[in-house]
Design a protein around this ligand. Structure first.
Ligand SMILES: NC(=O)c1ccc[n+]([C@@H]2O[C@H](COP(=O)([O-])OP(=O)(O)OC[C@H]3O[C@@H](n4cnc5c(N)ncnc54)[C@H](O)[C@@H]3O)[C@@H](O)[C@H]2O)c1
Ligand SMILES: O=C(O)C(=O)C[C@]1(C(=O)O)C=C[C@@H](O)C=C1
Length: 368
């Protein structure tokens, strides 16, 4: 395909989509706009966009595809602004917001002008923000939710999927209402819980200095997403309030059940509680990216000598194996314990393990 693609909001998601679109359609021109000029400048400098627009009309008027990728409250005002412009009649407008109901409602203004709006939500991301975290592989194999309505021409939905082909995502059509209910459960609510665990820990740390130093593997795993953008999550929570309040009520019941089990010291029931949770968690699709992203972590026991981390990374670089993250589990003070290296695919993890075992005598595993 060729033409002009205009991306409004050049952060993690807008930037990653720009890279995916360029990969699949090399002849397109990608124009970007971000209210934060520094992000737009960076996007241009990194080659994520071809041109930076001065303002929304500048990029929108002759665009064939417009992707709004700003926080969800801003997305609504941007859609409103687009509805007041004389856009190309054949343009498709879509968004990437984590909520859909109120955005789709706002887009009625576009539809009334005869413009096709198809709500979108790629179900993959990160706790990182900004264009510097954008990557072409972000949506690989993830679900990409679309919310066309009964009046959206099927040809337009197909056209949008073609534009987004480079994401290598799996498209799924849902209603905006169903979208907000399901993502409320598997995405929005866990972010509240992660933030609340961190807040509670912070408060308790005031009187016990050892707490942050001991907050290691489990704490870090369950709270990674608490490092996400507060602005993005403030907007999401406000737009999915009803669902989240209902889930909070259920959660309080759930916690009361656990409290009662503890108070009455019911060992068998406590075992059962964890066992049922394990069964459901273990049964979730492992290799699919979705609300639960796949982490292909390799755990490497490394001895304590200077440069050991660089050495391991050097071996992987030599074999051209890309890594997505690296961290050291600080479970024991003064000892480099376990190096956790994350990969994008199972294949990369397997290659990395072979590579490390061939160059070193370090032990490796897929979990602690
Ligand atoms: N981060 C994730 O994991 C994830 C995953 C899927 C969908 N989303 C959704 O995608 C959207 C973008 O998220 P992100 O992670 O890329 O956030 P981000 O913070 O990395 O980027 C958002 C960008 O939008 C810009 N922006 C804000 N208001 C604007 C406006 N009025 N006009 C133009 N630009 C504006 C910001 O300056 C920022 O650069 C959000 O709606 C979010 O809910 C996020
Ligand atoms: O992996 C993460 O850091 C995410 O939080 C990604 C995540 C999610 O909850 O799964 C966050 C919000 C999006 O709307 C979609 C994906």
């Amino acid at each position: 395909m060729n033409g002009r693609v205009f991306i409004i909001g050049l952060g993690l998601i807008g930037g990653s989509l720009a890279l995916c679109i360029k990969k699949a359609h090399q002849d397109v021109t990608i124009i970007g706009f971000d209210i934060n000029r520094e992000q737009a400048r960076l996007a241009k400098m990194l080659g994520v966009i071809d041109e930076a627009a001065e303002n929304i009309p500048d990029g929108a008027l002759d665009a064939d595809l417009i992707i709004v990728s700003a926080p969800v409250n801003d997305t609504k005002s941007i859609i409103q602004a687009l509805a007041n412009l004389a856009l190309k009649p054949n343009v498709i407008v879509t968004d990437t917001g984590s909520t859909k109901r109120t955005i789709v409602e706002t887009a009625i203004n576009l539809k009334e002008k005869g413009i096709t709006f198809i709500g979108g939500h790629p179900m993959a991301g990160s706790h990182k923000s900004g264009v510097s975290a954008a990557k072409e592989i972000l949506f690989e194999n993830a679900f990409y939710l679309l919310t066309p309505d009964e009046n959206t021409p099927a040809s337009k939905v197909e056209e949008l999927k073609k534009w987004l082909r480079g994401t290598n995502a799996k498209f799924l059509t849902v209603t905006p209402h169903n979208h907000d209910y399901v993502t409320g459960i598997v995405s929005h609510f866990p972010h509240i819980i992660a933030a609340s665990i961190v807040r509670q820990t912070e408060k308790l740390s005031e009187k016990e200095q050892l707490i942050p130093r001991l907050a290691a593997g489990g704490f870090r795993d369950i709270t990674r997403i608490a490092s996400s953008s507060p602005k993005m999550w403030k907007d999401i929570l406000l737009q999915n309030r009803e669902v989240l309040i209902e889930l909070l009520n259920r959660w309080q019941d759930e916690m009361n059940t656990v409290k009662e089990l503890l108070e009455s010291g019911k060992g068998k029931e406590i075992y059962e509680y964890f066992s049922l949770a394990k069964q459901f968690r273990d049964g979730l699709p492992q290799k699919e990216k979705g609300a639960i992203p796949s982490f292909y972590d390799l755990f490497v026991d490394v001895p304590d000598y200077p440069g050991v981390v660089a050495e391991v990374i050097g071996y992987l670089a030599r074999e051209k194996i890309s890594i997505t993250n690296i961290r050291i589990l600080e479970t024991r003070e003064d000892i480099i314990g376990v190096l956790v290296i994350s990969f994008q695919t199972e294949e990369d993890r397997e290659r990395a393990e072979k590579c490390i075992l061939s160059y070193t005598s370090f032990s490796t595993s897929y979990g602690l």
